[in-house]
Design a protein around this ligand. Structure first.
Ligand code: MSP
Length: 532
């Protein structure tokens, strides 16, 4: 699908390209779940969406990890990459492109891009002296370091002193242009706190950064001087562009840029903000390319209130979590419980409490309860009620009339937690409404019209709720929507086209002409006693 800039009916976004020095961890899963939720929401809006993910495979960190296993780097990467692919499948991630920086087409794109920047006069040879953190693949300022020259992000690792000839990129030249850009696009860097962080950093004065390494084999040779290997970040960021090539395209920039470029959104964690919000835009400016629409830096996850790490022995294995609780529960917890953009914690007891309360009790029981009552009091048929028959002071109608727009605003701001809480308000409101209205008692009093009105109102509220939650919990939403009589599968993009947001997010869609499905539990309560 070609991008038509005026209609903007496309949306292209990326996750970071993950390092393959180790198996995927919960941090990589977190960014990817968020990206998938954005992609699914944009599809509800009837946009053509391209979600790019992939792996970052060069550099010293990977080279050393391979050496430690006595493997060739390429072989090492080839063994790790399938673990990412299988995790994304388990997590129900609908990515469109998986970009590997060791792919031959990427080599061509990097070479061409490097040439553009070289021809612009933005690359020169110089001497790099400084402390290098191999785990971050980044030089650190002395003042940033912890005691004993340890990296603040990897406190168990000592940084290494480097004094070597490197090629440099003239970042300093772009300082004013970057500031002008940030000024003209106030929402380019999100959330606001990250924007301020970047503004401070740039205002302090930008220094040129080195984009080559010597004594490193694992990477692309610098075209002008093969004794140098291209710095892994210079190569990795370009992996986003390589991903845009269609399978049959010749690997040329021109081809990569013709359809989806520029990206609407880069989703990243806060540790890699500078690369995406400063280095990357400057590199693109140098190459004469348009900049992405937005860079969103989310927070860091902790476990039981503590920083996670292998040495601390408290990492979270995403596969184990999904095996135990299912993809929807995992997606829901991280997106609903943690305000996107802020740091957040994982605690298993809290996890179980949240998904049991929201998905099993509030939502699951509500659906079951209402379908049971419709069977009992209305012969299993959706009552013939239109929204005009429902009083304007009906609390669910009051919520439902505005919910779609409010949730849309929240998703667009990547405020997933807010989106979920808004939906929960109509779910909880529905449970309360049933208790207050007591349709069983109205039924006994043969006030059938009122019974039908109550049941319709609740059915419609549940429908709206599961539709709006589908980007977060697509499996549960599909099961629930089908029980409400819709042949929609939220995991199938073609099927989703038949349930567009402008129709399905509106209160009052449910019609008596459709048949309800068989009630079945949509989320099984997690029983703590069966958990070790
Ligand atoms: N390879 C680079 C990205 C290159 S993009 C062109 C990289 N990879 S990474 O695998 O180390 O990190 C990927 C993502 O995981 C980052 O967005 C990072 O912020 C995120 N996380 C790593 N640990 C995390 C937590 N503990 N919590 C949340 N996210 C964290 O960086």
């Amino acid at each position: 699908m070609n991008r038509v800039s005026t209609t903007k009916n496309t949306f292209a976004l990326t996750t970071p390209l993950y390092y393959v020095n180790d198996l995927p961890h919960i941090g990589s899963a977190y960014t990817t779940m968020a990206a998938d939720t954005v992609a699914r929401f944009q599809k509800l809006l009837s946009k053509s969406v391209l979600l790019v993910t992939g792996t970052d495979e060069h550099g010293q960190k990977i080279e050393r990890s391979a050496q430690a296993k006595d493997m060739k780097p390429q072989q090492f990467c080839d063994e790790i990459v399938p673990n990412f692919i299988s995790l994304w499948k388990l997590l129900n991630i609908q990515y469109d492109r998986f970009s590997r920086t060791t792919s031959p087409k990427h080599a061509s794109i990097v070479q061409e891009f490097f040439q553009r920047v070289w021809d612009k006069g933005d690359i020169y040879l110089g001497q790099q002296k400084g402390w290098y953190c191999v785990s971050c693949e980044e030089f650190k300022e002395e003042r940033e370091l912890l005691e004993k020259h340890r990296c603040p992000i990897h406190p168990t690792k000592e940084v290494e002193w480097r004094d070597e000839e490197n090629y440099f990129f003239r970042l300093s030249k772009y300082q004013d242009k970057l500031l002008a850009y940030f000024d003209s696009k106030p929402d380019f860097i999100q959330p606001e706190s990250r924007r301020n962080e970047v503004l401070n950093f740039v205002n302090q004065g930008l220094q040129d950064f080195s984009i080559s390494r010597v004594n490193l084999e694992w990477g692309f040779p610098v075209p002008e001087n093969p004794k140098h290997t291209l710095y892994v970040w210079f190569d990795a960021l370009l992996g986003y562009i390589t991903a845009l090539l269609e399978p049959d395209d010749e690997p040329r920039l021109e081809n990569a840029l013709k359809n989806w470029y520029p990206f609407d959104l880069h989703l990243i964690g806060k540790d890699i903000l500078r690369f995406h919000a400063v280095y990357w835009p400057a590199m693109l400016m140098s190459a004469g390319l348009p900049l992405p629409g937005k860079v969103f830096g989310h927070g860091f996850l902790t476990k039981d209130g503590r920083k996670m790490g292998k040495t601390l022995g408290n990492t979270i294995d995403p596969i184990e979590l999904i095996d135990k609780y299912g993809a929807d529960a995992v997606r829901y917890y991280f997106l609903k419980e943690i305000e996107f953009g802020k740091d957040g914690d994982f605690n298993e007891v809290r996890f179980i409490d949240v998904v049991n309360a929201d998905l099993a009790n509030d939502l699951g029981n509500l659906l079951n309860r209402i379908l049971g009552m419709v069977k009992k009091y209305c012969g299993g048929k959706i009552p013939v009620v239109t929204t005009e028959h429902i009083d304007n002071d009906n609390p669910l109608k009051g919520l439902g009339l505005h919910l779609g727009e409010q949730v849309k605003t929240a998703y667009e701001a990547l405020a997933f937690s807010q989106a979920c809480n808004l939906v929960l308000s109509i779910v909880q409101g529905s449970n309360k409404f049933i208790d207050d209205q007591a349709p069983w008692s109205l039924y006994k009093q043969t006030r059938q019209q009122e019974v039908e009105c109550v049941l319709y109102t609740v059915l419609e509220s549940v429908r709206l709720a599961v539709y709006l939650l589908s980007p977060v919990i697509p499996n549960i939403s599909t099961a629930a929507y089908q029980q409400l009589g819709f042949e929609v599968n939220f995991n199938d993009s073609t099927s989703v086209e038949k349930a567009p947001f402008d129709i399905h997010s509106k209160w009052g869609l449910l019609s008596s002409t459709q048949n309800l499905g068989t009630p079945q539990p949509i989320f099984k309560r997690i029983d703590l006693s069966k958990n070790d």
